[in-house]
Design a protein around this ligand. Structure first.
Ligand SMILES: NC(=O)c1ccc[n+]([C@@H]2O[C@H](COP(=O)([O-])OP(=O)(O)OC[C@H]3O[C@@H](n4cnc5c(N)ncnc54)[C@H](OP(=O)(O)O)[C@@H]3O)[C@@H](O)[C@H]2O)c1
Length: 329
């Protein structure tokens, strides 16, 4: 049976404009960093895309290196798209990135025009797409002039291979400069993708002000700290969790007793709000409207359903915010 999208998919999702652009993004977006590579069952990945889309999640975030192996998340997403979601391409915002090591030699990493253009060509081929909606430079490159990297993003838009461009992991001062260069080129920066969660708050120290002033959106990655800000690890490390997997991105060493104490206290506060900890963590990221979208990962359909339900309550009383600061101190 061909996939038929839920006709009510836009009834409950909330959308926010990315900075001063015309593009609206869902407040919850789905990232394909984990659980879409060749090591994951195809049906699991496909069902997560279907559930997300049926709940109004229109934005799917990829990168050249997502897998494992690198590239396989894009290949699998392309296959899923072609087989099931082809008719809905124009209802989707699909992003990709380049900036980390992708192939050997001097042209498969960092921020040269050569790397960015070649990598996006490869990503489009893997996904079977004519264009991506958003193309990012994945991390700042200390050795390539920012003018060259931004000129590559501008070129890619003019070639019709991306509709919008963004930057990721750029500190405040580099972001400000990148935004200035892109404005001068006539291809404004749509969005910045930084890491942001209750456990990772560097963007409050300057970057958020730059993005507000410049009218650039932001999409917070790893808002659940890879799963730490959920009920996953309250009673040990489950065999099917990210920590127990071979992913180097979250290891048992990161789950210190001090962190676990904070997780437990945050969990109690979430329960008093009538939410799961994961839902409170997403609500907190979205609490003041400075973040356009929270970019989650998921290993199963139920986690996507949980995330969307977080939007039922993203308000915090001053007392709750104070309590969070006390727990995190
Ligand atoms: N730009 C960058 O440099 C960069 C870097 C990293 C990520 N990203 C983007 O951000 C996306 C999200 O990153 P992330 O996967 O680290 O995000 P995350 O949302 O912080 O963590 C996702 C993980 O948390 C667990 N989880 C999610 N919902 C849960 C729930 N309701 N209950 C219990 N556990 C739950 C799952 O882990 P289990 O496997 O344990 O179930 C899931 O895989 C990526 O896919 C990618 O698109 C970008």
């Amino acid at each position: 049976m061909p996939y038929q999208a839920n006709p009510k998919r836009y009834d409950n999702m909330q959308y926010a404009r990315s900075g001063r652009s015309g593009l609206q993004l869902p407040k919850i977006s789905l990232g394909l960093w984990h659980n879409f590579g060749d090591v994951t069952q195809y049906d699991t990945s496909r069902n997560m895309i279907g559930t997300a889309f049926d709940l109004g999640i229109t934005h799917f975030d990829l990168a050249n290196n997502y897998g494992p192996p690198p590239g396989s998340a894009e290949t699998n997403f392309g296959r899923i798209l072609k087989q099931h979601f082809h008719a809905y391409r124009d209802e989707m915002i699909i992003s990709s990135k380049a900036g980390y090591t992708m192939w050997p030699g001097p042209y498969g990493d960092w921020g040269s025009k050569k790397y960015l253009v070649s990598s996006l060509n490869q990503s489009l081929k893997r996904m079977g797409l004519d264009y991506v909606d958003i193309f990012y430079h994945h991390r700042p490159d200390p050795n390539t002039p920012l003018e060259e990297t931004m000129a590559a993003l501008d070129l890619i838009v003019r070639q019709g291979k991306a509709l919008y461009v963004g930057i990721s992991n750029y500190p405040a001062d580099r972001a400000k400069e990148a935004i200035r260069i892109l404005n001068a080129l006539g291809t404004p920066c749509l969005i910045h993708q930084p890491k942001y969660s209750l456990f990772e708050r560097w963007i409050e120290d300057g970057l958020q002000d730059v993005l507000q002033e410049e009218g650039v959106g932001s999409i917070a990655f790893s808002p659940l700290a890879g799963g730490l800000l959920t009920d996953r690890y309250l009673n040990g490390i489950p065999d099917d969790s990210r920590i127990a997997s071979s992913s180097p991105s979250l290891t048992a060493e990161q789950l210190t007793q001090e962190k676990l104490n904070k997780i437990n206290q945050l969990n109690q506060l979430a329960q008093r709000r009538g939410q799961k900890l994961s839902q409170m963590a997403l609500a907190w990221v979205l609490r003041d409207g400075k973040v356009t979208s929270a970019l989650i990962g998921a290993s199963r359909v139920s986690q996507i359903v949980d995330a969307v339900m977080a939007l039922d309550n993203i308000e915090f009383s001053q007392q709750e915010l104070n309590e969070i600061e006390r727990i995190l101190a």
